[in-house]
Write a protein that binds this ligand. Structure first.
Ligand SMILES: CC(=O)N[C@H]1[C@@H](OP(=O)(O)OP(=O)(O)OC[C@H]2O[C@@H](n3ccc(=O)[nH]c3=O)[C@H](O)[C@@H]2O)O[C@H](CO)[C@@H](O)[C@@H]1O
Length: 369
């Protein structure tokens, strides 16, 4: 059986597509999955490294404003549809799956024109432009957040499946993770990080938080600065008179490869509101203070964050409101209310969708029949 997955531009679209490809190969070991991405896109690098066959088509993004450049974009999109149509006609997939990003447009449209069943997955609570346009033609839409449903046509077949998380996120037990990290069983552990690049605003606020709580009995901190921000963080911490080595309750790292282990050990998380991160938090059942990245397309991180806040799983601080004292105040309040933290953890867990990948593969399986 043949399948095509497509999605590109950012890791946020590519990793879900790769996860779905792996899910399909696990269910149908004899299947062939072809990834169609953009010429020169990040996917052209990531997909071959994941050992999947890759074909590229040229596409460029649409300007959201009226721009003469959009004429060129339309011409390229039309050419993209023709090229994709040719690839699909040769490869003959049973289903085509798109996870967003410009490249999805021509590939999924070509599939629709050929009468091949199509599924798109929308990662965010505020859907991207490509997925919104495609939702009028595709066989099925899968969502991470219930909140995204209202942006799709009422007649579209929409299902909330969640976003597949890395298997390691489900593999760690809290006590094992704590033992491996040297964190006492009865201490509170606060995990803080930006996106995969780190976040300067969160770093600056965390310096104040750590200064206030340095050496506080029963509270541990694991703060991830982001690889590009580590030196600056250390310099600023020194300037602020924060001595991290002094009390041993602060662990500071540039990047965390062991994020799944840290999440299993944590009691509370301070972070941005990317879809992958929030899916991980809710699968583990972690309460959070979320500071959405304000420059994400359409401010979608705030929509993501608000959907957790509405269910009582998180507090939201807008980036422009973020200060060290405000973050410290919210954090100290929460740490002093274990019952509230427990309720937030429960709300988070109820939103978690550990079976997201299985559900998406089931939908594809039904479309393939
Ligand atoms: C800046 C931006 O526009 N990001 C978007 C991008 O997110 P992107 O995928 O870049 O970011 P996410 O927050 O969703 O994921 C970050 C990932 O990095 C991992 N991690 C992070 C730090 C670390 O030290 N170690 C580590 O392993 C996290 O556990 C998580 O798995 O696509 C998502 C899906 O469309 C969107 O929701 C995000 O808004």
């Amino acid at each position: 059986m043949h399948f095509v997955v497509t999605g590109g531009g950012t890791g946020g679209h590519i990793y879900p597509a790769l996860a779905i490809a792996r899910g399909l190969l696990a269910k149908y070991p004899e299947a062939r999955v072809l990834y169609i991405g953009r010429d020169g896109g990040l996917e052209a690098d990531l997909v071959p490294r994941a050992n999947l066959p890759f074909r590229a088509i040229p596409v460029t993004g649409l300007r959201r404003s009226l721009s003469p450049r959009n004429l060129l974009v339309f011409w390229q999109a039309a050419r993209g549809v023709l090229l994709a149509r040719q690839i699909l006609a040769d490869f003959k997939p049973r289903v085509v799956v798109g996870t967003g990003g410009y490249v999805c447009g021509p590939v999924v449209l070509a599939a629709v024109l050929l009468g091949i069943p199509t599924l798109i997955h929308e990662q965010n609570a505020l859907p991207g432009l490509t997925n919104r346009l495609l939702s009028r033609f595709v066989s099925q839409v899968a969502l991470t957040f219930e909140d995204a449903r209202k942006y799709f046509p009422r007649k579209a077949r929409v299902k909330v499946t969640g976003l597949p998380v890395r298997p390691e996120v489900l593999a760690w037990r809290r006590d094992e993770a704590r033992r491996a990290m040297g964190i006492p069983e009865d201490a509170q552990l606060v995990l803080s990080f930006g996106g995969s690049q780190g976040a300067r605003m969160i770093n600056l606020a965390m310096i104040e938080v750590l200064k206030q709580l340095n050496g506080r009995e029963g509270v541990y901190f694991l703060h991830v600065t982001g690889s590009g921000h580590y030196e600056e963080f250390c310099a600023r911490a020194r300037e602020a008179g924060l001595s991290i080595a002094e009390n041993g309750n602060i662990i500071l790292v540039p990047y965390l490869d062991e994020m799944p282990r840290a999440m299993a050990a944590a009691d509370l998380v301070i972070c941005r509101a990317g879809a992958a991160t929030l899916s991980e938090l809710t699968v583990v059942g972690l309460p959070a203070i979320l500071i959405p990245y304000p420059y994400a397309t359409g401010n979608h991180q705030e929509y993501n964050a608000r959907s957790l806040e509405r269910e009582g799983a998180a507090l939201v601080i807008r980036d422009r409101d973020l200060t060290g004292p405000l973050l410290a105040e919210k954090l100290v309040q929460l740490l002093a209310q274990p019952a509230k933290l427990k309720a937030m953890a429960g709300a988070s867990r109820r939103l978690g969708r550990a079976r997201a990948l299985d559900e998406i593969v089931e939908i594809i399986d039904n479309l393939a029949r």
